[in-house]
Design a protein around this ligand. Structure first.
Ligand SMILES: [Zn+2]
Length: 288
């Protein structure tokens, strides 16, 4: 009998140890997001078990000695903290080349969520992004909310136009995409979102929202130092950090802000990577 009770307790303990990762993500995501336009109250949900290296708080749980030993081992194996710099709405013919220089100088790889209409005619620039080792991802062709979110068909037609352009220009098959306005925008119903996701998952795509941003898309003008401050402090949820910025031509602060943020996060022990090397689950804003 005692043995049986012990077995049940052990089973519950194991279950408990496995569960918190999702809990950690959900709980952390409840934090208010004050700096990002599309993050208006959004929470991050991950479609897999949890973000790859998000389990640190498990160690705070009281547990038996046996478990503590195992946890220590798991902590040692965790990858270095990573920042995924992401740039939407480009390429901007004036901003992106400067940004590429900053990234190259610092030996940092990033991800570009391309707007097809901006990339059209910019074959050289797009090829340069790929050649420098950055990740090319899709952010639709027109970025016209009313048009793309009018139906699944409209969204996918727009989406595939950018896919084709990237492939034609660079030979790269993108793997990641980001909804204009993020996955929790007011233009797209949950039903529409799910039907688009279903199709894009079939095609092998992963959605990637963000959990940190400089607020460079806010209606209000922010100085470079304000943008840097937001980029340093707005992270919510678990690591890794997926940091949103924009490289359209109107976002002329982006290269300098990026240089400052690279310095800041390097000092804090982070490494940088493009999403091509990301192995965790999708990062999607939770729908209300
Ligand atoms: Zn956008």
């Amino acid at each position: 009998m005692v043995k049986r009770i012990l077995a049940v307790v052990a089973a519950i303990t194991v279950l408990f140890t496995m569960m918190p990762q999702e809990g950690v993500v959900a709980e952390a995501a409840k934090k208010p997001v004050s700096t990002s336009k599309a993050a208006s109250g959004s929470a991050i949900a991950t479609s897999g078990s949890a973000i790859a290296n998000s389990g640190s708080s498990i160690d705070a749980r009281p547990g038996k000695k046996k478990h503590k030993k195992k946890k220590k081992k798991a902590v040692r194996k965790q990858p270095k903290k990573t920042v995924y710099l992401t740039f939407d709405d480009g390429p901007g013919s004036k901003v992106t080349p400067k940004l590429l220089k900053v990234l190259k100088k610092n030996n940092v790889k990033a991800t570009f969520f391309i707007v097809g209409s901006q990339a059209k005619g910019q074959k050289k620039l797009l090829k340069q992004i790929a050649k420098d080792g950055h990740t090319l991802a899709i952010h639709t062709y027109t970025h016209d909310y009313k048009k793309i979110y009018s139906s699944k068909k409209a969204y996918l037609a727009d989406f595939h136009k950018t896919e084709k352009l990237i492939k034609d220009y660079t030979g790269v098959q993108p793997k990641y995409f980001r909804f204009p306005g993020g996955g929790n925008n007011h233009y797209m119903s949950t039903r529409l979102r799910n039907s688009i996701l279903k199709e894009l998952h079939k095609e092998g795509y992963k959605e990637m929202d963000w959990n940190c941003g400089t607020s460079d898309a806010a209606a209000k003008y922010y100085s470079a130092s304000q943008l840097i401050k937001y980029g340093e402090t707005s992270h919510w949820g678990s690591d890794p950090i997926v940091l949103l910025q924009h490289d359209a031509n109107s976002k002329y602060h982006t290269p300098d802000v990026t240089a400052a943020l690279i310095r800041y996060y390097k000092k804090k022990g982070y490494k940088f990577s493009g999403l091509n090397n990301y192995t965790g689950p999708e990062m999607c804003f939770k729908r209300k």
